[in-house]
Design a protein around this ligand. Structure first.
Ligand code: ZN
Length: 272
């Protein structure tokens, strides 16, 4: 995945950038891409650089005592350029009584000289990290539509030698499901129990076969929200209860090159 991009800038007139350079290197050591603007940049120059460099976050450093005017100024310049969705954090020599004022002006967080690079890197990761991480690193299961679980099962258990973990009926979907463990994933055989079932319609149209691929995710609602923001359509945007103690949501195949992907979050009960 793309690295998090950080702009480190020193607005104002103070002429020391050792601290800023240490921070820049420290964030690079934490896997981030860091652009340093150099000394004595105006708020307008900083805002412009942030847009040109397409950064995810701006870190302002000030030792000169001008943070009360210059930090809010940077945020104003971002607004002017329609880029105030880029979060701004600040650091340097900043008296604690100034912090509430700066937060009120829209600075997301202030790191004073006592803070460590780890704290800063963790904060940035939390702030902008989710859009830089893969959605998933595991296939939860592959859903396979069958006419009859009873008839299909011997192929999986005898021919392939997989273990049948259990069966479950999901009345809301009009399906019966058989779970077969394969490594850390599963095959789920899906048999329609009603004519209104999506599986019934699928088989009528295309015959037996692979119906969907389920991706194991954490925090399914946040994933749906961020994918929707990126133009992905969901069949339903509220997660619903799936089989095996899960919350699920299906992406529209039109948004996923013809594949029906399910997001699947385990919600406790037995480990999935
Ligand atoms: Zn599924």
């Amino acid at each position: 995945m793309a690295k998090i991009r950080v702009l480190i800038a020193k607005p104002g007139l103070d002429g020391h950038d050792r601290g800023a350079l240490v921070i820049a290197q420290g964030l690079r050591d934490h896997g981030m891409e860091v652009i340093y603007t150099g000394l004595r940049q105006s708020p307008a120059q900083i805002a412009k650089a942030a847009i040109q460099e397409d950064v995810d976050v701006i870190g302002l450093s000030s030792l000169s005592g001008a943070h009360r005017t210059l930090f809010p100024k940077v945020i104003e310049e971002l607004k002017v350029l329609n880029a105030d969705d880029i979060p701004v954090i600040g650091g340097g020599v900043i008296p604690s009584e100034d912090i509430p004022f700066l937060l009120e002006k829209g600075v997301k967080q202030i790191f004073t000289s006592g803070s460590t690079i780890e704290e800063l890197a963790n904060y940035i990761n939390q702030l902008v990290g989710p859009s830089h991480q893969s959605i998933t690193n595991k296939i939860s299961h592959i859903g396979i539509a069958v006419n009859s679980i009873e008839k299909a099962l011997p192929f999986y258990t005898k021919t392939l030698g997989l273990e049948l973990e259990g069966m479950e009926e999901v009345a809301s979907e009009g399906v019966k499901v058989a779970f077969l463990r394969i490594g850390e994933s599963r095959f789920e055989l899906l048999e329609a129990t009603a004519d209104s079932s999506p599986i019934h319609k699928f088989i009528e149209k295309r015959g037996e076969g692979i119906h969907h691929i389920a991706l194991d995710v954490e925090n399914i609602q946040a994933r749906i929200n961020s994918l929707t923001k990126n133009g992905i359509q969901f069949i339903h945007t509220e997660p619903k209860a799936g089989s095996h103690h899960t919350k699920i949501a299906f992406m529209h195949p039109k948004s996923a090159h013809g594949v029906l992907f399910e997001l699947c979050e385990a919600t406790g009960g037995e480990e999935v």
